[in-house]
Design a protein. Structure first.
Lengths: 241, 299
């Protein structure tokens, strides 16, 4: 992994509402209490200790701070809520997100934002392999580098990579669009570099504003989209079936 | 799914806590492998007195006193100690390692040897990892390095012999999360070279392959790069010797792995939560090993 031009400094969490201690309550206890909160509440989950499934499937406008490293699927399946992990997150951070935001103030392991339908998944460090796999409409923004197979089979949505992209970027891409500020190790099957339009620049500028990734120059990113040769059945291949 | 944990303590002051730390780590990956568990312990002086040859044998019978009585005539003049740890007998004696290994083979012709070599004790069993750790007295063990495994069997039987770690060369142990597709092909090749196997487990083949490469003159790093060329499948491997701890993952990194470098220690685990109890973890450098690259730490 190559280091960022301007690495994001992880700030200590701001005190946010009452605390739920994951070591004391367990994952189920924390999630049950989160779901009972009225919309507009802010709450901090302490001692996450890398536990899986923290703050998943929330369906209200909550501001949840996870004060330390999270395990798998942090903030996954959520609607409306904002979940901020002050530390690294395990596999599938923001997996299947419907709306709202999941922000990882550290590195994210594999498959960040997998199958996410809506909302914003922000990774302030690097993302491991298969980030944005099968993305279905959400936005994934990574401040640093993204590992191999980023955007694999992504159907809709936007991926922004502030650092470098690994091998096979956008392999078997459908209609999602990927923007890369750094270098691309290699493109996956059916992914192609496309011309950057004024609309693209506006999209990236808006994302830079929302994420705080000021090291990204919206006019200086590479747009990767689908060549659309792979996912349409081609009559000339009829004999192969 | 399986769970892997490994810890190398470079700071002698911490070595009294090895068992406590690795037991905590193993407990955090118990859900990943509820079928069985095992541990390779390096430098526990109660099981492996310094400078002595050591063999860990899977032999629920006979009792340790009887086994010691059988071994003593085979090793005249040597002070043989046999320690009973669950189904494992850890046998130590101040003799050359090949001599002790041969004597144990003669005394226990049908017992799989789980590990051989100075400093090394290998303990494994079938059942709940937490209960096994208690049966091994793991939290009270000491030493400079350990590799642990919790198993969720996918391709061969759940027995003690099929559990990890696997050891195929003196001092070397291997634990594996994943599955190899071509292990039978590699096994046939190794059999032709004269190697023998205790089980039909795929991970045992990887251990034998590493042993074969080490015997051919490879260092551990070269041996693990050879694993990546010879084996087809999914794997995170943790391989230890008395001097080294190494990690390698398959080219598309299907199985999880995290490495943490702390103050005086290096650790690896399948999941972060297994690292969360290590001293000074908040300040440690935690990263995911990249696919297809060998990471190796020498003591």
């Amino acid at each position: 992994m190559v280091t960022l031009n301007q690495p994001t400094v992880i700030q200590p969490p701001a005190p946010a509402g009452p605390c739920l201690d994951a070591a004391e309550l367990g994952v189920r206890g924390v999630n049950e209490r989160l779901r009972q909160l009225p919309p507009g509440s802010a709450v901090t989950v302490t001692s996450p200790g890398g536990r899986h499934n923290l703050a998943v499937a929330l369906a209200a406008e909550l501001a949840v701070t996870i004060d330390g490293p999270a395990g798998y699927y942090a903030g996954g399946l959520g609607q409306l809520a904002t979940v901020t992990v002050h530390g690294p997150a395990g596999w599938g951070a923001g997996e299947n997100l419907m709306s709202g935001e999941v922000r990882v103030r550290g590195d994210a392991s594999q498959s960040a934002a997998a199958s996410a339908h809506g909302g914003l998944v922000v990774v302030e460090g690097n993302a491991s392999l298969r980030a944005g796999i099968s993305l279905k409409g959400a936005t994934l923004a990574v401040a640093g580098d993204a590992g191999a197979f980023c955007g694999f089979l992504a159907q809709a949505g936007t991926i922004l990579i502030g650092g470098n992209a690994g091998e096979a970027l956008g392999d078997s891409l459908y209609e999602a669009v990927i923007y890369v500020a750094g270098t691309i190790r290699s493109l996956g099957a059916d992914a192609q570099v496309e011309e950057l339009s004024a609309a693209d620049v506006a999209t990236v500028r808006d994302l830079v504003r929302r994420t705080g990734f000021r090291h990204i120059d919206p006019e200086n990113v590479t747009r990767v989209g689908s060549a659309r040769q792979l996912y349409h059945f081609s009559g000339q291949h009829h004999a192969a079936y | 799914m399986c769970g892997i944990v490994g810890l190398q303590l470079r700071d002698q002051a911490q070595q009294g806590r090895l068992g406590e730390l690795i037991a905590g780590m193993l407990g955090q990956v118990a859900e990943r492998g509820p079928d069985s568990a095992g541990i390779a312990l390096y430098g526990d002086t109660s099981l492996a007195p310094p400078g002595q040859a050591v063999v860990s044998a899977l032999a629920p019978e006979p009792p340790s006193t009887v086994l010691a009585g059988v071994l003593r005539p085979l090793l005249p003049g040597a002070d043989v100690t046999v320690t009973e740890v669950a189904d494992v007998r850890v046998i130590a004696a101040p003799v050359p390692q090949p001599r002790l290994t041969a004597a144990v083979r003669a005394a226990l012709p049908n017992a799989p040897l789980l590990g051989t070599g100075p400093d090394l004790a290998v303990l494994k069993g079938v059942g709940d990892p937490a209960e096994l750790a208690a049966a091994f007295g793991l939290a009270g063990r000491t030493g400079y390095q350990a590799a642990g495994h919790t198993r969720m069997a996918t391709e061969s039987a759940v027995t003690v012999a099929h559990s990890h770690p696997f050891s195929a060369a003196p001092g070397m142990c291997l634990v594996h999360n994943g599955s190899f597709a071509n292990h039978d092909t590699v096994r046939r090749r190794l059999r032709a070279e004269g190697m023998s196997f205790d089980t039909d487990n795929d991970s045992e083949v990887a251990a034998a392959f590493v042993a074969s490469r080490l015997a051919a003159g490879d260092d551990l790093g070269q041996a693990l790069r050879s694993v990546c060329r010879a084996f087809d499948g999914f794997y995170t491997l943790l391989v230890t010797t008395p001097a080294e701890l190494a990690v390698v993952r398959d080219a598309i990194a299907c199985k999880p792995a995290l490495i943490a470098e702390g103050d005086g220690w290096v650790a690896m685990a399948s999941e972060y939560r297994a690292l969360s109890g290590l001293p000074g973890i908040a300040a440690a450098r935690v990263f995911e090993p990249a696919p297809g690259e060998v990471y190796l730490w020498s003591r």
